[in-house]
Design a protein around this ligand. Structure first.
Ligand SMILES: Nc1ncnc2c1ncn2[C@@H]1O[C@H](COP(=O)(O)OP(=O)(O)OP(=O)(O)O)[C@@H](O)[C@H]1O
Ligand SMILES: Nc1ccn([C@@H]2O[C@H](COP(=O)(O)O)[C@@H](O)[C@H]2O)c(=O)n1
Length: 211
């Protein structure tokens, strides 16, 4: 079974995806990390962010098993990732790796921006996880502060809105809800409630799948 989870920044899709993968005994790939890894490598090499040939080369050498989430999660890397994510050739290379991951048995949960619309259009279940910009900014600000990182709610909110706008308006594979995706708005849900709602949707979909 392949479960595709998309949604805007800090909507909780990563938290949900990890728990769903554990619950349904599937593998999990946070595809945002693949864009972040390329962004971080470009920054480390001091290369211009628009240098697509170098970005593709970095993507070809990416080892999905060795992406350091704690390093790549930095708020600033998310911003740079969203700027390199507009490059079509780079996306093709990363999508190839992501599909390879998804198609290995017993299946997987992938989260990102274009999983239901591009990467795994054939996924058995698709969710589009969202929450109001304010709720997402509060969650991200709390998360950063809990790690000892200084964060101002207003700055985080502005950054999230800018990133969402870029991600949803780019020409290639923009972030959007797939037509056959279930919408899960978690603005008024805590993590446990959101998880139970997702399990219900997926279990119902699985019960109606041909064996
Ligand atoms: N329903 C929820 N209620 C409250 N907090 C939540 C909820 N879901 C997730 N969180 C918290 O919000 C923060 C962001 O969640 P998470 O990292 O899963 O989002 P994301 O969509 O994967 O973000 P990104 O796109 O930046 O990778 C985390 O600190 C997480 O614990
Ligand atoms: N399938 C995806 C996943 C991510 N992106 C881009 O990467 C940025 C960082 O992603 P996070 O999920 O870690 O926040 C994101 O803002 C997107 O620009 C993508 O394009 N497609």
């Amino acid at each position: 079974m392949i479960i595709a989870i998309d949604g805007p920044a800090a909507s909780g899709k990563g938290t949900l995806s990890r728990r769903l993968a554990e619950h349904f005994e599937l593998r999990h790939l946070d595809t945002g990390l693949t864009y972040r890894a390329v962004a971080a490598a470009l920054l480390a090499k001091g290369m211009p962010l628009g240098d697509e040939a170098i970005a593709i080369e970095i993507a070809r050498n990416l080892d999905l098993g060795h992406m350091d989430k704690s390093l790549l999660s930095a708020h600033e890397i998310g911003e740079v990732a969203s700027r390199v994510a507009v490059l079509g050739g780079l996306r093709e290379e990363l999508v190839r790796l992501q599909r390879e991951f998804a198609n290995k048995p017993p299946g997987a949960v992938l989260d990102g921006r274009d999983i239901g619309t591009v990467v795994c259009q054939n996924a058995e279940v698709k969710l589009f996880v969202t929450a109001s910009s304010e709720a997402r900014a509060h969650r991200r600000t709390d998360e950063m502060r809990s790690k000892g990182i200084e964060a101002e709610f207003a700055d985080v909110l502005e950054d999230l809105k800018r990133r969402d706008l870029r991600d949803s308006q780019r020409t290639i594979a923009p972030m959007k809800q797939a037509e056959d995706a279930h919408l899960l708005d978690t603005t008024e849900m805590d993590i446990e409630t959101a998880f139970q709602a997702a399990v219900d949707i997926i279990s119902k979909a699985r019960d109606t799948m041909p064996t």
